[in-house]
Design a protein around this ligand. Structure first.
Ligand code: ADP
Length: 419
């Protein structure tokens, strides 16, 4: 959902795709595609050759093995390598009327790569900048992903126009994972990637240090070769999570060359253990957000002397479909002993800044927010602050919405801004 007024289009909400970043400007197709994707994970690196595609591919396969509906999108315009990593090099996607069908890798993992579109895998990619940018956006919006729990994106390396275009198209609620290697120079590149994500307002799930140490194919023991630990130090220095170190493992190289993801065939060992520790916080995102239609019950809300406070974003006095665009918040104090509204206060929120509203609301002792649409990032911030969220409520007077909630009659539909 969007928390800002778009400077490029007159639409104050429906054309804007994400909190803090308008990639829509009335682009309903993109918004429609994104609205069916619950969580986006963009795998970035400061430079090429550090194992970004390998990590992205293994994350996608691991998530699918965990039972999630997953899309893997390879928009690395410089060297789309996902088809090779998954032995899909000879696949050609079906292109229908304004839609591209992704390739099915398994029953719950679909893949799309720029590599499928090249006439030959030996052809260099020599599109000019604006063409590449257009392609990236088209790829995101035109692929018929349908409903996904996760879209994992293998992003072009660096911090230039191409990764910028990926993040702007996906919106500021796309999570990022930054891959580095232990050598000093790669660590410097990653520092730039961390700042890049911070400036764009995209949450960083953490840093992965790849090719950190060596697993001997003969004895299976782990040996340090480069001065490893740079990724962990950088994570500490920048206040970002460290997700884990993947060793330089000949089996990873072989699996990449032969086109099978190591996570699918190996079940233990330092490499797979490292990959699994990277997946855990990603799976946690989906657990922490409101995944089901189950509504929080009054008894589960934070009460103060029997009183609970419910916040509703409003525009023109009614519940507003776009949380970040609301004019005022209605704060309704409910006396749980008699199950009815005791008082309503209207408050004007501060001017938009990504991530600010959840904090502002939590400071007002709010136990529950009932909204029309809300992006995954804002939901996650509310969860962290101990505030429950209901999304998909219809426009109505705040008192009516709360009365329906208290009587168990509140119905919810689609989260109008879940991207
Ligand atoms: P990038 O996407 O950053 O350009 P790739 O994922 O294509 O990098 O990896 C580059 C090469 O390094 C590939 O041949 C891949 O198989 C190999 N590789 C990646 N990670 C490892 C690892 N941990 N151990 C051994 N080889 C690796």
């Amino acid at each position: 959902m969007s928390d800002h007024a778009c400077g490029n289009c007159s639409s104050s909400g429906s054309g804007c795709s994400s909190e803090g970043g308008c990639s829509g400007c009335g682009d309903e197709k993109l918004n429609k595609t994104l609205s069916r994707i619950k969580h986006k994970i963009v795998v970035l690196s400061g430079k090429g050759g550090v194992g970004k595609s390998t990590v992205a591919t293994n994350i996608a396969v691991a998530l699918s093995l965990a039972g999630k509906q997953v899309g893997l999108l390879d928009v690395d315009v410089h060297g789309p390598s996902v088809p090779r990593l998954l032995s899909l090099e000879n696949e050609k996607p079906h292109i229908g009327h304004e839609v591209i069908e992704p390739i099915s890798y398994s029953k719950n993992l679909w893949v799309m790569s720029l590599g499928f579109m090249l006439p030959s895998k030996d052809d260099p990619v020599i599109w000019r900048g604006p063409v590449k940018i257009g392609l990236i956006k088209q790829f995101v919006q035109d692929v018929a992903w349908n409903d996904l729990d996760f879209l994992v994106v293998d992003c072009p390396p660096g911090t230039g126009d191409e990764p910028l275009s990926v993040l702007q198209t996906l919106g500021t609620d796309a999570y990022t994972v930054i891959v580095t290697t232990p050598q000093g120079i790669a660590v410097d590149d990653v520092r730039r990637s961390v700042n890049f994500c911070k400036q764009l307002g995209n949450p960083i799930l953490g840093i992965v240090e790849n090719m950190s140490g060596f697993v001997c194919p003969d004895c299976g023991k782990f040996h340090k070769i480069f001065n490893s630990g740079g990724g962990e130090e950088l994570a500490k220095e920048t206040g970002v999570n460290f997700l884990g170190s993947i060793p330089l493992d000949p089996e990873v190289g072989r699996s990449g060359d032969e086109g099978y993801p190591i996570i699918r065939v190996d079940h233990e060992g330092p490499t797979v253990n490292a990959m699994n520790s990277i997946i855990k916080p990603i799976l946690k995102i989906s657990d922490s957000l409101q995944e089901s239609n189950e509504m929080p019950k009054v008894k589960d809300l934070k009460a103060d002397n029997g009183m609970i406070r419910i916040a509703i974003p409003t525009a023109e006095g009614k519940l507003c479909q776009h949380f970040g665009h609301c004019q005022q918040f209605a704060l309704l104090d409910v006396d749980t002993t008699i199950n009815s509204i005791a008082a309503t206060t209207m408050e004007t929120p501060p001017p938009h800044e990504p991530g600010l509203l959840p904090k502002w609301i939590a400071e007002r002792n709010v136990a529950l927010v009932i909204a029309g649409g809300m992006g995954a990032r804002a939901q996650s911030l509310f969860t962290d602050a101990g505030v429950k969220v209901i999304v998909g409520a219809q426009a109505d007077l705040p008192e009516n919405v709360v009365a329906q909630y208290l009587s168990g009659d509140l119905t919810t539909g689609v989260n109008t801004c879940d991207h």
